[in-house]
Design a protein around this ligand. Structure first.
Ligand code: ADP
Ligand code: MG
Length: 698
């Protein structure tokens, strides 16, 4: 059978070079296979007519049959719109156009019977249909009937006569030329095991559904396929790694760990911290190399878990290091860890880009000799001049700031790969973690240290600034410090700093009695650190910043976080920012300042922030909102794999099932060498052929 992925779309009758070019550029369709996997983003039930009286808020696209009673132009400027009253005997509904007003008014005749087709939306207490499709009743035979697929198209595609209908026609002629048959991607035994529709049948039904049920089965099969191969790939590389990479064994829980735990630990570990330390200990004693992701909301106490893990390494005569994404953070880790360790006989060094040459000349040999047991630093740690004598554990803080390659460099520093612990405060929903980090083991700290007062989050409009200033003044009078964060405006650096700098001038004017400082990404590192230091030391009362303060800074006395233009931030970013406060004993506040005009999604985002402090809940909501708003339904599933049909937000169960099936298969045939599994191997290398085998190193 011909290779559908190698056959250029330009060979398809009716396409030709010009259209082929548009299809590649606008829709990423370059082969026959690409076309077949260009799925409709919705289906419309044109099998029946609905009545106006039946309409409710949760309807898909529907069709109505009736007459236009009147036209009326309402509003001015941007709100100018044409409204038609449309009646079908059961009720009346408004049809609305914001564009093409004159055209519409001329085209349709009052009191003539039409088929109207569109999606009803709730508008105040009634419903309307914006920009409906309208066909004369005589054309009913052509437009009605069955489930009609709709494909995403762009303006350029439409201009080249590649609208949704045209794509459907292309699908038809392609499938017909293939006799409606395409190669299966799953072996027979697997198809029997999962009892799903065959691939040719699924592809046919996704484009030309026989029925709503058949469409559902087709969607299930294609979602499963997609998720199954992603899982098979990650799990296979994970098993490969586990077999190949022998781990350093840490058999001892020795003096340092025990002494610290008994005599130095200033507070009881939370239950979650205890559990995670146990998991890490088990890993590092198992003889396999640990590759673990530690997720914990901001302030959940990851640093302490890191320190305890490093003590385990030290007790086993190995070195440990922790790499932070910025100097400020590395410094802070150093200070924190030194405070925790007090007079314990452990040699700790700090190594960053601004470590002085003389200092460096002392530190490097001591790392090489093994005299220094714990090294804390930035990416300066991965420079070639840094050689460890026996690195047993690498910890990476705030992992999303480091590229995969950077991380890899850290563990190729040894002949034996050290244990790796990646810590992140970005809560990743389970489904996403399984796809992104399917080959990492995941630990979660899902409990905050006791005594924290939940942060109060408020939403305020930016025309009520005076009240906000009063509130800030009161808090500062109580001795607290305040963060004010401004968004980065993409593609316009000038504007960024304009906002921040204007804010700076205003705050200095409004608060002449207090010290205001400012940091942003374009400042020299030394200046930035100096300003930051003023805030950390308590000398400055307010810190105005762009999002450079997002990551990990710990100033327990700062109890108010003001986020300007909050509508410009994503949910997880808002949550990260909010996590900068609420670290001390005082009641903390997060004030989201936005303009009055907000889109529905933005309003929802801010509402979620006000209603919960739970990072996981927020991450799930974020995924749902973004997954929802994403018209073409493509989602990045990991390192460069895009999901075309499955959704990480809603297909968690299918994902879990796909993972179980992949595991079951790999248990029996870990290398997929069995003849019956050959097509799986081929499919994997086809999908992932361009990808480096990160699984071995990340
Ligand atoms: P993050 O997970 O954001 O890195 P940190 O490790 O910075 O959190 O911890 C936040 C604060 O909580 C620190 O001041 C730390 O000393 C404190 N802390 C950590 N664990 C506990 C605990 N079990 N009980 C009380 N305070 C704790
Ligand atoms: Mg931290």
């Amino acid at each position: 059978m011909l290779d559908l992925d190698k056959r250029s779309i330009s060979y398809l009758p009716g396409v030709g070079p010009k259209k082929a070019d548009i299809l590649v550029k606008e829709a990423g369709i370059s082969s026959y296979e690409d076309l077949l996997y260009y799925f409709p983003y919705r289906y419309v039930d044109r099998s029946r007519f609905y009545q106006v009286a039946e309409i409710n808020g949760s309807m898909p696209y529907i069709q109505l049959k009736g007459r236009i009673l009147s036209f009326e132009t309402l509003g001015e400027g941007r709100t100018r719109r044409l409204v038609a009253r449309f009646a079908d005997g059961s009720g009346v509904i408004d049809l609305v156009w914001f564009k093409g007003v004159a055209f519409v008014k001329n085209k349709y005749v009052l009191n003539k019977e039409y088929i109207v087709f569109g999606k009803p939306t709730e508008f105040g207490r009634s419903y309307n249909i914006a920009h409906p499709e309208i066909d004369p009743i005589e054309q009913g035979g052509q437009v009605a009937g069955g489930l009609t697929p709709f494909y995403n198209t762009t303006e350029k595609m439409k201009k080249s006569f590649l609208n949704s209908k045209a794509i459907q026609n292309l699908q038809y002629s392609l499938l017909k030329s293939l006799n409606w048959d395409i190669p299966e991607t799953l072996p027979r035994h697997l198809l029997d095991r999962v009892g799903m529709m065959s691939l040719p049948e699924a592809i046919r039904n996704i484009h030309f559904p026989d029925s709503a049920e058949a469409l559902k089965s087709a969607q299930l099969r294609l979602k499963f396929d997609e998720l199954f191969f992603v899982q098979l790939n990650t799990l296979r590389t994970a098993t490969m790694r586990k077999r190949k990479l022998k781990g350093i064994v840490f058999p001892n829980v020795g003096e340092m760990f025990n002494t610290f735990y008994k005599d130095y630990l200033p507070f009881e570990l939370t239950g979650a911290q205890k559990r995670v330390v146990r998991e890490i200990r088990a890993d590092m004693g198992s003889g396999r190399q640990m590759n673990r992701l530690l997720q914990g909301d901001v302030g959940s106490g990851k640093t302490l878990v890191a320190l305890l893990s490093m003590l385990l390494a030290v007790d086993n005569a190995y070195q440990a290091c922790i790499m932070a994404p910025t100097e400020i953070l590395a410094n802070q880790h150093y200070v924190t860890i030194m405070e925790f360790l007090k007079d314990m006989p452990i040699k700790v060094a700090l190594l960053t880009g601004s470590t002085k040459k003389k200092e460096r000349e002392k530190i490097l040999p001591a790392i090489a000799s093994g005299e220094i047991q714990i090294v804390i630093g930035t990416h300066a740690l991965i420079e070639e001049t840094v050689v460890f004598s026996s690195l047993g554990l690498s910890i990476i803080d705030e992992q999303h700031r480091f590229g995969v390659e950077q991380r890899a460099r850290l563990w190729t520093k040894n002949s034996v790969i050290p244990h790796v612990l990646v810590m992140t405060a970005t809560p990743i929903p389970r489904t996403l973690a399984m796809t992104l980090y399917g080959d990492l083991d995941v630990s979660v700290i899902d409990e905050l240290p006791p005594g924290r007062k939940p942060i109060k989050t408020l939403h305020r409009y930016d025309n009520k600034k005076a009240q906000l200033y009063d509130f800030l003044r009161k808090e500062i009078q109580l001795g607290r410090q305040v963060y004010v964060v401004y968004p980065l405006i993409e593609g316009s650096e000038k504007l960024d700093y304009k906002n921040l700098e204007e804010g700076f001038e205003i705050f200095k004017e409004v608060f002449p009695e207090y010290k205001v400082c400012m940091v942003h990404g374009k400042m020299k590192a030394a200046d930035k650190d100096a300003e930051m230091q003023k805030f950390i030391s308590g000398e400055a009362n307010m810190l105005l910043a762009t999002t450079v303060i997002e990551v990990g800074v710990n100033v327990p006395n700062a109890s108010v976080m003001v986020i300007e233009s909050a509508e410009r931030f994503g949910l997880s970013q808002l949550h990260q920012l909010r996590g900068r406060v609420g670290r001390g004993a005082e009641q903390s506040y997060c004030v989201l300042v936005s303009s009055y005009k907000l889109s529905n999604d933005t309003r929802k985002r801010l509402e979620i922030m006000v209603s919960t402090n739970d990072g996981f809940e927020i991450a799930e909501a974020d995924l749902r909102l973004r997954g929802h708003g994403d018209l073409d339904g493509t989602q990045q599933s990991g390192e460069g794999v895009y999901l075309k049909i499955a959704s990480l937000a809603t297909d968690g169960q299918i994902l879990q099932y796909a993972r179980d099936i992949a595991n079951e298969l790999l248990d029996k045939d870990p290398d997929l060498t069995d003849e019956t599994n050959r097509i799986l191997n081929e499919r994997l290398s086809k999908i992932f052929r361009k990808k480096t085998n990160w699984g071995l190193i990340s």
